[in-house]
Design a protein. Structure first.
Length: 78
């Protein structure tokens, strides 16, 4: 049985950050893996940082969150 990959917020942020193309390339490969899991906490952390560091507006954040729910299995963290 193949283990699932847990995607951390840093992986998502590096995928958007073009200041270090090597890290960005690796992060994109990891974030596109099949059978990956992400938590609601990671989505919240990444969203907050995308707003602060990358000036994402409400529409872009909404699209980012929607893509997370489509692409990954999302674990609820209380």
């Amino acid at each position: 049985m193949k283990d699932k990959t847990f995607i951390d917020s840093n992986i998502l942020l590096y995928a958007f950050d073009d200041r270090d193309t090597k890290k960005q390339s690796i992060a994109k490969k990891i974030s596109l893996r099949q059978d990956s899991t992400i938590s609601t906490q990671v989505i919240n952390e990444a969203s907050s940082n995308l707003i602060k560091k990358f000036a994402f507006d409400g529409l872009k954040i909404s699209q980012f969150i929607d893509s997370c729910y489509r692409r990954y299995e999302v674990a609820n963290i209380d």
